[in-house]
Write a protein that binds this ligand. Structure first.
Ligand SMILES: [Zn+2]
Length: 233
């Protein structure tokens, strides 16, 4: 299956918490999108691997993405090594995405920073024909970084006003992770009511910068070329 876009998350809820509005928007625009979770969440303070798998399956249905795979890389220990690069290169060559979404390269959670490096290096290596020649090479045209904890000056903001509700519904599938007064578990940073509010507030903030209700910020390293200046209107 060839996809227009592949979104990589270090953990099972990362895509939902950061760029799910854009993922749903792409799907509604007719593009094909898949999600790759690098780890299964065995080191999470709350929730078991099985619970988190079920939650991710529910969220996948809410989002409506074409596919979702888990690479089983050790949680809280994402290493930029040959074994993990081969796993990431394999899914890039399998799905041949035109664009890849990945976490911003700096973050408080080391897994997010390492995931960013692992995916960006693998995306480059996937384009080399002599590396793992049993799989045909594939060059992804654009790497698009999404915002986790640390902020950056965005290259662009996507209006996700119409899709904010679906995004929040997908986030709420992760009942063991996010704020849920009915779940008995040790409190964490993302299980506080303030965290879920911060998702809302950030989306309102970036939406406000483009004159819309909700927005998601993204960063690309290359200069963005505009072919038709009138599309800026
Ligand atoms: Zn994460």
């Amino acid at each position: 299956m060839e996809l227009d876009a592949l979104a990589f998350g270090a953990h099972r809820d990362d895509i939902e918490l950061t760029c799910a509005g854009t993922v749903v928007k792409l799907l509604k625009q007719g593009y094909s999108v898949g999600i790759i979770d690098l780890t299964a969440g065995e080191m999470g303070t709350r929730g078991t691997m099985e619970e988190r798998q079920k939650e991710a399956e529910e969220s996948t249905k809410v989002l409506g993405v074409m596919c979702r795979e888990n690479l089983g890389i050790p949680d809280a220990n994402i290493q930029v090594n040959d074994e993990n690069k081969r796993k990431v290169i394999s899914v890039i060559r399998k799905y041949k995405p035109k664009v890849i979404f990945l976490p911003y390269w700096m973050d408080r959670h080391p897994d997010h920073a390492h995931a960013s490096q692992l995916v960006s290096e693998s995306a480059f290596l996937a384009g080399l024909s002599k590396l793992y020649p049993e799989m045909p090479r594939h060059r992804t045209q654009k790497l698009i970084y999404y915002m986790c904890h640390y902020q950056f000056e965005p290259s662009f903001v996507v209006d996700v006003t119409e899709y904010h509700e679906i995004k929040m519904k997908a986030i709420n599938c992760f009942k063991s992770q996010i704020y849920n007064p009915n779940y008995q578990g040790e409190p964490t940073y993302i299980s506080s009511p303030e965290y879920i509010e911060s998702i809302e507030v950030r989306s309102r903030y970036y939406g406000g910068l483009i004159g819309k209700k909700y927005g998601e910020p993204f960063l690309v390293r290359e200069m963005i070329e505009i072919e038709d200046v009138m599309t800026l209107i």
